[in-house]
Design a protein around this ligand. Structure first.
Ligand code: ASP
Length: 555
């Protein structure tokens, strides 16, 4: 090695040692006959000292070192008189006796500091320089730890890591495929996997019993803050399991990661049905760091002569604790918030001990009933949204709830609230194309007790599908799969595939199911790639346990 120690290593116990260090010039400053250089590498920063009086030639050379020059220095470890408690090596400095410039650097286009002066565009253009910054490097370190601990945990549970092909026939997850033209077969294309879904199911047919893979997936989707075309999953599958086994296993993984990486002991994850999540939070990924559950008010408020509510098919409220003192201006801002086109509400009704926009339409008795229903006390503010479409109105109320949660400081970033959302509908009806789509993917098993409804009322069928949700983010999801080729065939029919098309696209899987497919199920945690241009994430609870909505749907 060109060094004896790293820049994060030396302490008071190393005093008087002769050491050789390498690294980049973080800072170069002159102070009364002395030159100080902060030398940085992945491990930390160490202060180098050059003394004009003792070694004028070397000091002069040091004065000309620019930011990001690469150095090798030899010197003696000394105690610092002016200690820096903010860095691990802050008690010592190196009195330099030899200096070699290993490489020069142009002046970087932005400062390589935690608080950089570089904007997004510039940092992305020079991503290799951005990655020298602590915060970004820390993300990659966190990701490494996550991957390592994931492997450790899953290995201890007898999961085998298997690599699956990338140039493949389409594996649908509801997005568009990226395609790669085949040179050997002109006019034909490979697809890149949206996930290894069908492969892992085939591995179960092959008897692998427990599979995982930390795997790149590709989905050609429009970009959003939490979406990018390539991302990483922790993809898992198990045989001879029921839903409960999967939930327990992967709750175990999440707890292991929180504990080993963040030192946080998580309590058991509560379960919430999809129906309740929609009813109480208007979302299949509720942020349960705070309560503020929806209260349905149709019974109380409809039919008393207030036209907006009399025409509604849904009236729902939330109770914002302690917010009765909201000013007129704040209430108007909230009204504007829900009326933004992205949210699309027609208006907002409020009622607090100070102000009410409906007290002229209702008797005190009814208003009192409403307050009781909402659990409102003096000082609370009730916010109500109504509409002629229940789902839409609930989504609007969901946005309002999240906004109020933020405004009232209830979405504490240091708190983690985890849960499983279960019992998703199997299918979703799309008005525009007038057909059903798979809500998870077409291999998801209906609940056995609902199978009879497939022919008569398919929209009511619930799936053995589940999502893990943390702080309002869907971090993973999966399902128990169909392992019966006849049922799989029926599912393709419901999804509008002709027999030929199903055979052409999925014949390989349906055939495999004819050779003793075990009951199986799994899930994938979804994360993103830190090197990717679009989303330098992995900060919340990194690898998979961050962001990016699993695309539900099409097929
Ligand atoms: N393949 C699914 C996805 O990527 C996850 C699963 O069902 O295991 O969303």
């Amino acid at each position: 090695m060109l060094r004896t120690h790293t820049n994060g290593e030396l302490r008071l116990t190393d005093i008087n040692k002769t050491v050789t260090l390498t690294g980049w010039v973080q800072k170069n400053r002159r102070m009364g006959g002395m030159t100080f250089i902060d030398l940085r590498d992945r491990y930390g920063v160490t202060q180098l000292v050059f003394n004009q009086e003792i070694n004028p030639g070397l000091c002069e050379e040091a004065n000309h070192l620019g930011r990001e020059f690469v150095l090798q220095i030899k010197g003696t470890v000394a105690e610092r008189s002016n200690k820096n408690p903010n860095i691990a090596t802050g008690d010592v400095e190196i009195i330099v006796s030899e200096l070699h410039i290993l490489n020069r650097s142009l002046t970087p286009p932005f400062t390589i500091e935690d608080d950089t002066d570089g904007g997004d565009e510039l940092r992305m253009q020079y991503r290799y320089l951005d990655l020298r910054r602590n915060a970004v490097r820390a993300n990659l370190e966190l990701r490494h730890k996550m991957a390592f601990e994931t492997r450790r945990f899953l290995d201890s549970e007898h999961f085998l890591e298997v690599e699956t092909p990338v140039l493949i026939k389409s594996t649908p997850e509801g997005a568009r495929d990226f395609v790669v033209p085949s040179r050997m077969n002109a006019g034909q294309f490979y697809a890149l996997p949206q996930s290894p879904q069908t492969f892992k199911q085939l591995l179960m047919v092959s008897g692998f019993d427990r599979y995982f893979q930390i795997v790149k997936c590709f989905r050609d989707e429009d970009l959003r803050a939490d979406r990018q075309p390539e991302f990483t999953q922790i993809d898992c599958e198990m045989s001879f399991v029921e839903q409960e086994d999967i939930l327990r296993m992967f709750e175990g993984l999440a707890k292991h990661l929180f504990k080993t990486i963040k030192g946080i002991e998580l309590a058991d994850f509560p379960r919430m049905t999809f129906a309740d999540a929609m009813k109480f939070y208007g979302s299949d990924k509720p942020d349960t760091r705070f309560e503020m559950r929806f209260v349905e008010l149709m019974d109380t408020l409809k039919g008393h002569g207030f036209p907006v509510f009399d025409e509604a098919v849904y009236i729902g409220g939330i109770c914002a604790k302690g917010a009765a003192a909201y000013t007129r201006k704040q209430l108007d801002a909230l009204t504007d918030f829900v009326k933004r086109p992205q949210i699309g509400a027609k208006g907002l009704v409020y009622d607090g001990s100070v102000k009410s926009s409906v007290d002229k339409f209702y008797t005190q008795e009814i208003l009192q009933k409403m307050k009781e229903k909402c659990g409102a006390e003096a000082g609370d503010l009730i916010l109500i949204i109504s509409g002629d479409n229940t789902n839409k109105a609930r989504k609007q109320l969901c946005e309002l709830r999240l906004e109020m949660g933020s405004q009232l400081g209830l979405r504490d970033k240091t708190k983690y609230s985890c849960l499983w959302v279960v019992d998703f509908p199997l299918l979703e009806w799309d008005e525009e194309t007038a057909r059903f789509y798979a809500m998870h993917h077409p291999f998801t098993s209906p609940k056995p007790e609902d199978i009879a409804l497939l022919d008569s009322d398919a929209g009511k069928v619930r799936a053995n599908a589940y999502d893990m949700v943390i702080n309002g983010v869907e971090v993973g999801g999966g399902s128990i799969r169909i392992h019966d080729s006849a049922l799989q065939k029926q599912m393709f029919q419901i999804l509008g595939f002709t027999e030929e098309k199903a055979e052409e696209q999925f014949g390989f899987l349906m055939n495999a199911f004819k050779y003793g497919a075990p009951p199986h199920g799994g899930l994938a945690y979804v994360g993103s790639t830190v090197l990717c241009r679009f989303l330098p994430v992995w900060t919340l609870f990194a690898i998979a346990l961050l962001s990016r909505k699993i695309t539900r749907g099409a097929m």
